[in-house]
Design a protein around this ligand. Structure first.
Ligand SMILES: [Zn+2]
Length: 869
């Protein structure tokens, strides 16, 4: 392999610790018309040992007027070197500094770019139709240095006095409340806003915003909470405000300490690269992750907003108050916030049954990604800044949350909570390593947390546990052995082992754990007493352990009636399906066997089980999309969904459960994908009625309906959708339309969708998903990859980091031949993508898995699908 994850021509080093910051006085003046910013910073330093150089971070800034003053008040002007490659600023002093206090002053300036990092500009349209700019910040992971020179590492915490210059009529916000305001000298249209001193904190959670916003507010636990929205949309912040007001006291109880700042602002930012960012006291969001409209927001989106607020607010303690020492421990921040988000959502909305959704939302995806050879350990060594961005991935977030959930179950709720409280109290305002959390949990529980957990956080992958059983009277003897679970099914050369918390349930009480043991060797034997001759025994009830289970055929056979009668709990049915499908991918079982088993789910009515089944079927789609099997496969899928679709119908019913409300649009959307003609026709009828004002199309069904209209349509429908896009006020609605455009069955129009994606009409963070939607169309797959190759330079400049990695992965991983793998590989060798290397490697691995899979099962699959029709 010629693409190497560890690129970077200069060896990376962390900043020297001889001089560290204690306090910054930061003055920022963004010019929203000239689109530049200027500022100055006075940084109080502590000199730890005598030195004649000071090194901090700075990137893409013009730095001037640097002076350094020692404790005796002697000021010198050092020689200054800026390294674009290392992103550092080095001051070489004529007179060495003695240990003690010192102060560095400097001025800086830079353009206000549209790159969505550092201090950047966001475009919006004012109510009178004028195009204007706001300024906002996004510093995580390493972009504070693009706004002001600083010690931009999470462990180098300091306090901050921030001052913003803003037009008189604009909102100016930062982490802390305003302490005083004054007129800007000789410029009455401007004002100078001073904010109160922050607690000691890391640079990556500093934030500033200047722009036009409305807000609504409330008080919870003596904290003023505000949600800032675009002008005229204040009420769309109500749902998030209510969630935040309830979550703060909940977390106070759970974490054992009050929210540490006097105010909390949540703000919707027009151009925003990620979902949300946990800046302390000023949490920034993409509009679609915080704005909820009672009529036009879908049920799934509304739930998602509650989850995002829960995730970000957990960071106020976990991440902001106690911070990882280095990016290697990022998972601790993200995995834990993800876990806490489920806790808080469950508290706010018990009827969401969010812990069940955890399995389909989080757990299954993490198992799939982590079975690739190109996955990485949760604790991943990180050096160059370009590598940091790429670990904000499914492993840090989802696998992180899964292993924390497994640990929570292993220790029990009370011991786990006591350990978390101890950890937060012991390390508040400080920095931690992963081991610090294990130490606190070990103290609170008396269990061997460190030994168990390090096998999960320091190794790539997870085990598949193979079981077999034999009987001695009413004793069932289960033999369980572990080996690494790999997507290609081949043995692992590394011979890894995990400390696996095994748990068992049986048909006597399907939702109870009857036995627990830790599998710490390669193989173990477990004796279960009082098991009847017809009873089944299942491992990992509730899908809590982060492992798969492989059963022998006779054990699987015993489950069948429990699946059909739904005696087996939903999450167990769910994990059986998911584990079986993984065996299919690995070549240990056949795709046809899986499709046969899936048919026993026709009467299924649980959202999570369907979610799992359908994601397995979607996984087959790229294999079949360019073969003669596609239509028979669609027919098979339509048949599978017929009963549940009939049961659910098109309209929400009074009193139905939240999960049923989520299941309906999922079923309809899939029937649209599988070209079910009656569904396409009805979806279009509802759409037309909605347009004509003779009926309503529920927000939950709009995505599917827009795709249905476009699938059946041509240029006229395409133009109509574009018109609706232009008229839509809500970003959520715009996105629904934009993501549907890729469904049009016309290569020429698909090309115009790709051009549209890169036009001014689509916000930069959204265009990636529009391109992905074209690629998901059989007719657009090749087109989009060609388009990417032609526009690679523009796209690389536009989307450094996560979005770029997501884009290249989505556009390439559905190929199914070795020739394609070689072509993709060659392209990225010739066009290096720093920060997306791991995603490219994962894509290549997936293409090769697809190729082997298709070759292996093609014949049998083709015969099976032909006789299904
Ligand atoms: Zn987070």
């Amino acid at each position: 392999m010629r693409i190497d994850v560890m690129t970077g021509s200069v060896e990376f080093q962390r900043l020297p610790k001889t001089v560290v910051p204690r306090h910054y006085a930061l003055y920022l003046h963004p010019d929203l018309v000239g689109l530049t910013f200027t500022g100055h910073v006075i940084c109080d330093l502590e000199v730890k040992s005598q030195c004649s150089t000071i090194v901090c971070n700075s990137a893409e800034l013009e730095v001037t007027d640097v002076t350094v003053t020692d404790a005796n008040g002697v000021t010198q002007r050092p020689t200054v070197e800026l390294s674009a490659e290392l992103e550092t600023l080095t001051c070489r002093l004529q007179q060495p500094l003695a240990p003690g206090a010192a102060q560095m002053r400097l001025k800086f300036a830079a353009p206000l770019t549209d790159k969505m990092r550092g201090l950047y500009r966001c475009k919006y349209t004012s109510p009178c139709g004028e195009e204007r700019f706001a300024a906002a910040t996004q510093f995580e992971a390493t972009d504070a240095r693009r706004c002001f020179p600083c010690w931009d590492e999470p462990a180098l915490k300091a306090t901050f006095d921030i001052t913003l210059v803003a037009p008189r009529d604009r909102v100016a916000l930062s982490n802390m409340p305003v302490s005083r305001e004054e007129e800007y000298p000789r410029r009455p249209e401007l004002r100078v806003v001073h904010f109160a001193t922050t607690p000691i904190m890391s640079t990556y959670i500093i934030a500033c915003v200047v722009g036009e916003f409305d807000h609504i507010e409330t008080t919870s636990d003596n904290v003023c909470i505000r949600v800032y929205t675009p002008l005229g949309k204040g009420e769309m912040g109500r749902f998030a405000l209510d969630c935040a007001a309830k979550i703060l006291p909940y977390y106070k109880g759970y974490f054992g300490s009050a929210y540490p700042l006097p105010k909390l602002d949540l703000i919707a930012i027009p151009d925003f690269a990620s979902g949300a960012m946990e800046n302390w006291g000023l949490v920034t969001f993409r509009e679609t992750c915080i704005l909820v409209d009672p009529v036009n927001t879908s049920t799934a989106r509304r739930q998602f907003c509650a989850q995002v607020v829960g995730h970000e607010l957990a960071h106020m303690w976990f991440g902001n108050l106690v911070t990882m020492e280095w990016w290697t421990h990022l998972w601790l921040n993200e995995g834990y916030a993800e876990f806490a988000m489920y806790l808080s959502t469950d508290y706010l909305f018990p009827h969401y049954k969010i812990w069940m959704q955890f399995v389909s939302e989080c757990y299954m995806g993490a198992l799939a990604t982590d079975s690739l050879r190109t996955s990485h350990p949760i604790e991943v060594p990180v050096s160059n800044p370009s590598e940091v961005d790429e670990i904000f991935d499914g492993i840090s977030y989802d696998k992180g949350a899964c292993v924390i959930r497994m640990l929570h179950e292993f220790l029990g709720h009370e011991a786990f909570k006591r350990g978390m409280n101890l950890y937060l109290k012991r390390h508040q305002f400080g920095n931690t390593f992963t081991e610090d959390l294990w130490a606190a949990l070990e103290e609170s529980s008396g269990r061997p947390v460190r030994d168990v957990m390090s096998t999960w956080t320091r190794q790539t992958g997870y085990p598949v546990v193979r079981v077999s059983e034999r009987r001695e009277g009413t004793t069932r003897i289960i033999t369980a052995s572990q080996r690494r679970c790999l997507a290609d099914g081949k043995p692992d050369a590394d011979d890894q082992m995990w400390m696996v918390p095994l748990s068992f349930s049986s048909s006597q009480s399907p939702s109870e754990t009857i036995h627990k043991v830790i599998l710490s060797e390669r193989t173990t034997e477990v004796r279960l007493e009082n098991i009847g001759p017809d009873d089944w025994v299942k491992l990992n009830p509730g899908a809590v352990g982060f492992y798969r289970v492989q059963y022998p055929p006779e054990m699987l056979e015993q489950f069948k009636s429990a699946i059909a009668t739904k005696v087996m709990p939903a999450l167990d049915r769910n994990s059986l399906v998911d584990d079986l499908f993984a065996l299919v991918q690995a070549g240990d079982s056949s795709t046809v066997d899986f499709l046969r088993l899936a048919r026993s789910f026709v009467d299924e009515d649980e959202f999570t089980v369907w979610s799992c089944l359908l994601s397995s079927l979607r996984r087959l789609w790229p294999l079949l999309q360019h073969t003669e099997m596609l239509e028979p496969f669609h027919a098979y899928c339509r048949q599978l969904l017929r009963t549940i679709h009939k049961r659910l119908g098109w309209q929400q019913r009074e009193g139905e459960g939240h999960m049923t409300t989520l299941l309906r649009p999922m079923v309809i959307a899939h029937l649209v994908s599988f070209n079910d003609q009656p569904t396409l026709a009805e979806a279009e009828r509802l759409f037309r009625a909605h347009q004509e004002g003779t009926g309503t199309l529920h927000a939950d069904l709009r995505s599917a309906a827009y795709r249905a209209v476009l699938k059946r349509g041509g240029k006229a429908e395409f133009d109509m959708m574009l018109k609706l896009y232009r008229e839509a006020e809500m970003l959520e609605e715009k996105n629904r339309i934009a993501h549907a455009l890729g469904s049009i069955p016309d290569p020429e129009l698909l090309t115009s969708v790709l051009e549209f994606a890169l036009s001014d009409e689509v916000r930069a963070q959204e265009s990636v998903f529009v391109m992905i939607s074209v690629s998901a169309n059989r007719l657009g797959h090749e087109l989009t990859w060609d388009f990417y190759k032609r526009n690679c330079q523009i796209l690389c400049d536009r989307y450094k980091g996560r979005l770029l990695a997501q884009l290249v992965k989505s556009l390439t991983e559905d190929f199914t031949t070795e020739e394609r793998a070689l072509e993709v590989e060659q392209f990225f060798v010739e066009h290096p993508h720093p920060g997306a290397e791991r995603s490219i490697l994962q894509s290549l691995e997936t293409i090769r898995l697809n190729a082997a899979w298709l070759q292996r099962d093609r014949q049998a699959l083709s015969e099976y699908l032909a006789q299904c029709q």
